[in-house]
Design a protein around this ligand. Structure first.
Ligand SMILES: Nc1ncnc2c1ncn2[C@@H]1O[C@H](COP(=O)(O)OP(=O)(O)OP(=O)(O)O)[C@@H](O)[C@H]1O
Length: 708
């Protein structure tokens, strides 16, 4: 069972120290602990039990780890991240398997030594039957997040501990193991349980994506701003519309057990079908749809689909008509697949025609058409692709489409943004690291992004921002096709297709000595440049597609005056900015059938009418200095949790700077000033600032890193 009712029914019972509880709850807590302790006595345990120092034989531990390799692979990076949060707090993080055997621990050295004294160490079993009441064993027994604090431990020797543990479940509701944070009881913190629960959810969500990467996944929440956060529900839908699995938040929100949910289909749950969902999300732009339970509860839903779902249930239809923009029309139209939300998905029509990811990007512009033809020739030829283009021109979208159209479509597409990962972490992130590669803690190694991409495609976004020292290592990997993790002597062979992208002029960087020429020649098997939106001749088709995707029912037209304004505008944020402007306008024009000038936001209108636009992003040489924003972000959270919640949906268009910059010396400095002041006006909310400026979040990170 994924969402044990007891956790929902009485959270305080397991989350708060007895001292902090109001009297009635203290009584309830005491009764509960007594019940747990009676259970242990009935098992024949005594409170003066000596710690059992006899862990599994070395070989047995290896077998247990082998058996739980997948759990470990998903949990290890999360444990590392969790460790960053609790470092120097006299505590440790423990991963145990479903039998209670500790597989792995990470922690402060001093506390690990104290934990050793009570056998809280890999190889030892901490199920209730061997260690009495303790968070690991009791969470496994109760199948619920559990805190066991100080004297609540059954065995006296464990009274110095405070432990918070959360079970980990797979998407079908089977328990996989438990994640626990244990510390000195004097350093108990009530937020620890929250951190552990969130971390367990991260592991569960990764497990789900891994299991069902090639299935349609619906991400939903009753509040649209929570989609994309750990609070979102995820359900996996089979080709026939049946629900195959779900994460814990989905079960909480739908108020159903895993088994009950898996009896449902999209039709019985939401009154819709998989083809209808595909149809809604066919465009490259991710806009949530609204689905309703039979009791009237509404959810905002977005869809993810990473691979070809060749057997997607579709009613037989006549051969689709495909226009020059790749749009199909007529009563026999197929569900059209988006290249963005559905990540460059590929589908087969009833007549067997293949509609590829690249096909959907071909919207009638001759430059784009020629580019797609070129790219199609090198697919599956082991020729590296380098995509150039300004921010928001669709470089990542193109890379995903190439992956989807290749033989590697069923393997991972791993995107690494070299600009948004702090320099100090890029190496570990890319190449991975071995046990003991870092000092100060007993830490297990982690698999790097290159190895994760094995068999599939590695997308190196903003490759021009990779530090020089790492360029040499990357070059070696590309030449030798093997990776050596940090601190390891062993190399791991990898089979990857590499796609690089940058908005920088790499040749200029080579001349300036900031980009290696040999790496450039390794990456540039085929170089394609995506045109800026202002240079394209298909703005009207792209705009219509975006609107079709945003408002499939009642798509507004664009008036001739607005289209004329659009065509004269410089679009410094390219397609991303166009989509933001249209999204707002469509909301303003709801029910009127046509977008007119008065539906556009004032600041955009002012810029567009005056022929003024924020200057297109400047290409400057990177000077790496201490990054004020990006390095403050932990490795796996480039978007701080909760940040999206403050984000108004309908923000768009470039903003006016709220303060005069202090006489900047160069264009680059002016840009940074503008970004800083916009960020300040948006109360530091990067998403809001990026929408106002019409540039990506990554561009903001990057610019601020160079702005000092
Ligand atoms: N041809 C297109 N049709 C519809 N939407 C598009 C198209 N090209 C790009 N977009 C949308 O524009 C946004 C930016 O696209 P993408 O992230 O691929 O650009 P990028 O060039 O990689 O940006 P950056 O350099 O800032 O990372 C996305 O929301 C994407 O869905």
């Amino acid at each position: 069972m994924v969402a044990p009712p007891r956790e929902l029914a009485a959270p305080a019972r397991t989350w708060t120290t007895p001292e902090a509880l109001p009297l009635p709850q203290q009584k309830e807590r005491t009764e509960l602990i007594e019940q747990w302790h009676q259970r242990c006595s009935a098992l024949g345990l005594t409170r003066v039990e000596r710690p059992d120092f006899e862990p599994l034989m070395r070989g047995d531990l290896a077998v247990a780890r082998e058996r739980n390799q997948r759990l470990f692979t998903h949990a290890a990076p999360v444990m590392e991240m969790l460790f960053e949060q609790i470092v120097d707090t006299e505590s440790m993080i423990v991963l145990a398997d479903v039998s209670g055997t500790i597989l792995h621990s990470v922690g402060d050295d001093r506390f690990l030594q104290r934990a050793d004294k009570v056998a809280l160490t890999p190889g030892v079993n901490w199920a209730e039957h061997s260690k009495g009441t303790n968070a690991i064993g009791t969470a496994l027994f109760e199948e619920a997040p559990t805190v066991v604090h100080g004297g609540e431990h059954f065995i006296h020797a464990n009274h110095f501990l405070t432990c918070s543990a959360a079970p980990i479940f797979d998407p079908r509701g089977n328990m996989l193991g438990v994640l626990d944070v244990t510390g000195d009881q004097r350093s108990y913190h009530r937020h620890t349980m929250g951190l552990v629960r969130m971390s367990a959810r991260m592991i569960e969500n990764q497990w789900l994506s891994d299991d069902y990467g090639n299935r349609l996944r619906l991400h939903f929440h009753s509040r649209v701003e929570f989609i994309g956060t750990l609070l979102e529900g995820i359900i996996v839908v089979g080709a026939d519309g049946k629900i195959l699995g779900a994460n814990r938040s989905a079960l909480d929100q739908l108020d159903m057990s895993s088994a009950a949910l898996r009896m449902h289909s999209l039709t019985s749950l939401f009154g819709t079908t998989a083809p209808a969902v595909f149809d809604h999300f066919r465009s490259p732009l991710p806009t949530p749809m609204t689905l309703c339970l039979s009791n009237g509860r509404q959810f905002h839903v977005s869809a993810r689909f990473n691979g070809p779902q060749r057997s997607m249930a579709m009613e037989p239809r006549s051969a689709p008509v495909v226009d020059s923009a790749g749009l199909r029309s007529g009563a026999g139209a197929e569900p059209r697949l988006p290249a963005g939300v559905l990540a460059g998905a590929t589908a087969h029509s009833a007549d067997g025609t293949l509609f590829s990811g690249l096909h959907y990007l071909n919207t009638g512009d001759p430059q784009i058409g020629a580019l797609i033809q070129k790219v199609q020739r090198v697919i599956n030829r082991d020729i590296p692709l380098l995509i150039l283009g300004e921010t928001g021109t669709g470089k990542e979208l193109l890379a995903r489409a190439v992956h989807q159209d290749s033989n590697r479509a069923r393997q991972p597409f791993v995107a690494v943004n070299c600009a948004s990962i702090p320099e100090s972490l890029i190496e570990a992130e890319l190449f991975g690291y071995e046990d003991g590669a870092f000092t100060g803690a007993r830490r297990k190694g982690a698999v790097g992004r290159i190895v994760q991409a094995n068999g599939g495609t590695l997308f190196l976004d903003e490759i021009g921002d990779m530090p020089l020292a790492l360029q040499a290592r990357l070059l070696r990997v590309l030449q030798e096709r093997q990776v050596t993790p940090l601190g390891s002597l062993k190399s791991i062979p990898v089979d990857i297709a590499v796609i690089g992208a940058t908005h920088r002029k790499l040749r200029d960087m080579i001349e300036a000595g900031s980009f290696r020429e040999d790496l450039y020649y390794r990456l540039n098997g085929l170089v394609v440049k995506l045109p800026a939106l202002r240079e394209r001749h298909d703005l009207d088709v792209v705009a219509r597609r975006i609107l079709l995707s945003d408002c499939p029912h009642g798509t507004p037209e664009i008036s001739a005056r607005v289209m004329a304004l659009f065509k004269a505008y410089a679009w410094p944020g390219n397609v991303r900015q166009l989509a933001n402007v249209l999204r707002t306008a469509a909301v303003m024009a709801a029910g009127e059938g046509q977008i007119e000038e008065h539906h556009l936001s004032d600041d955009f209108l002012e810029d567009a009418r005056s022929g003024r636009a924020p200057s297109p992003p400047q290409v400057s040489m990177p000077i790496r200095v201490a990054p004020p924003v990006a390095e403050a972000m932990p490795m796996h959270f480039t978007e701080p949790l909760g940040e999206r919640s403050a984000e108004p949906e309908a923000e768009s268009g470039p903003a006016q700077a709220t303060a005069e910059p202090a006489t900047p010396r160069t264009l680059g400095e002016a840009e940074v000033e503008l970004i800083r002041s916009t960020l300040a006006a948006a109360n530091g909310n990067i998403s809001v600032a990026s929408k106002r400026l019409g540039i990506s979040r990554n561009t903001i990170y990057r610019k601020l890193r160079w702005g000092k």
